[in-house]
Write a protein that binds this ligand. Structure first.
Ligand SMILES: Nc1ncnc2c1ncn2[C@@H]1O[C@H](COP(=O)(O)OP(=O)(O)OP(=O)(O)O)[C@@H](O)[C@H]1O
Ligand SMILES: [Mg+2]
Length: 392
């Protein structure tokens, strides 16, 4: 017993640095994001002259929004320090802190790690923050990551407050700069009063990574995380191919991580394409889950209906007519009124864009234009279970 444990714990690994494969890890260089980092530098340059700025970053899942924000903000802080200026950088994840009060507690505990997590009103905390900024004579660079969660739950009051942070204290400049990040269109979620401060020019839009860009990202990670020549060249290509369907760097890195762990568990000397394929098959990851979370209720119901139907029929395809019928039945199960035929079509298009289904024209010999739907990658059962969980 002890021998087994000892053997495993002391066995050698092809992974040199596992933490490099963490979701939170941000590498020194971010391939294919130079232009975006330059844009942020141009936008926030005035902060070094005590002039606050507000910027929004928007882009699909795993396109490097959080990574470039962290990279940029940390650089700005240290460059400012080199010039004898003080910038405080606070990064708040609004999915974890989705009320005004929780966001403020998060900010204030950056300045005082023992700041109590109850006992102060929002107004009082804003006042405390204001005094802190004056006392420190610094600028606050506040990143509200996944800001849609805050806006959805608590509205745009807090954002508005930050954009007008100095109004009361006489004539001093606003010491708070905001960087809002989201997959969603935040401008449409802000009140008109808050919108006016976010000029459209302050929007940084990220695109999905292309296959070749993903290849470079994976290659970089292989170099950082693995010992030399322990990942077969084909693996990097294969991972880039698989992840290019989503354009998502996190998905690519997750595949690399899982493939690496699998190879290690087998005590083999290198990661092979077979490990990558196994990782892909196993992966119905948090990545996919976060993609599901971005679908609206009726899109979820439509997807669930398709998954249910495919599982029940045991076929590779379901035609859109049958899918729509199952959709209508599923709506009833969830006490929802089925939406119109046209809407159902638009849901199909949306779910296709999100990468969950493939639509193709049905073969010859059938009447009229009907389309066939398939689930490309993920077993119907798994999609169904996950969607059901989200709907409940
Ligand atoms: N250009 C890049 N070079 C190297 N690694 C990258 C690059 N872009 C993203 N990554 C890595 O991919 C993963 C996902 O990136 P990130 O967390 O920034 O995505 P995101 O756009 O914030 O996604 P989400 O919308 O889900 O929050 C991270 O581990 C990050 O380090
Ligand atoms: Mg992110």
């Amino acid at each position: 017993m002890r021998n087994i444990i000892e053997d495993e714990l002391s066995s050698s690994s092809i992974i040199r640095n596992l933490s490099v494969l963490d979701f939170d890890y941000v590498p020194e260089e971010l391939p294919h994001r130079d232009e975006q980092l330059r844009f942020l530098a141009q936008m926030f340059k005035p902060v070094l002259s005590n002039i606050s700025q507000n910027v929004i970053i928007k882009g699909p899942v795993g396109t490097g929004k959080t990574a470039i924000a962290k990279k940029f903000c940390n650089s700005l802080v240290s460059i400012a320090r080199g010039q004898g200026k003080f910038v405080d950088y606070v990064h708040i994840n609004c999915r974890k802190r989705s009320t005004d009060s929780m966001v403020l507690i998060g900010i204030l505990s950056h300045f005082d790690s023992r700041f109590p997590d109850r006992g102060f009103s929002v107004q009082e905390m804003l006042d405390i923050l204001r005094k802190q900024m004056i006392k420190r004579n610094s600028q606050l660079l506040l990143v509200l990551d996944e800001a849609d969660a805050l806006l959805k739950k608590s509205g745009s009051d807090l954002v508005y407050n930050f954009t007008r942070f100095s109004d009361e204290s006489t004539a001093s400049k606003n010491p708070v700069s905001l960087l809002l990040i989201s997959q969603k269109d935040l401008l449409s979620m802000l009140d008109s009063s808050a919108i006016s401060t976010f000029k459209r020019s302050n929007l940084l839009s990220l695109n999905k990574y292309t296959r070749d860009e993903l290849y470079d990202i994976v290659r970089q990670r292989v170099g950082l995380a693995f010992y030399n020549d322990t990942v077969e060249e084909d693996c990097q290509d294969l991972i880039a191919d698989i992840a290019s369907e989503w354009g998502d760097a996190r998905f690519a890195i997750e595949l690399l991580w899982k493939a690496g762990i699998a190879a290690d568990h087998q005590h083999v000397k290198s990661v092979t394409p077979e490990h990558v394929r196994a990782a892909k098959a196993e992966t119905f990851s948090i990545v996919t889950e976060s993609k599901l979370r971005n679908l609206e209720k009726h899109q979820l119901i439509a997807l669930y209906a398709i998954a249910k139907r495919l599982k029940k029929d045991g076929t590779a395809y379901v035609n859109t007519g049958d899918a729509e019928k199952t959709y209508a039945v599923t709506c009833e199960e969830y006490n929802e009124k089925p939406r119109s035929h046209t809407m159902f079509w638009s849901y199909l298009k949306d779910i296709e864009n999100a990468g969950f289904i493939n639509l193709k024209q049905s073969g010859r010999g059938q009447v009229g234009v009907t389309q066939l739907i398939s689930l490309p990658d993920i077993p119907a059962e798994i999609v169904g279970a996950k969607v059901e969980e989200l709907l409940n």
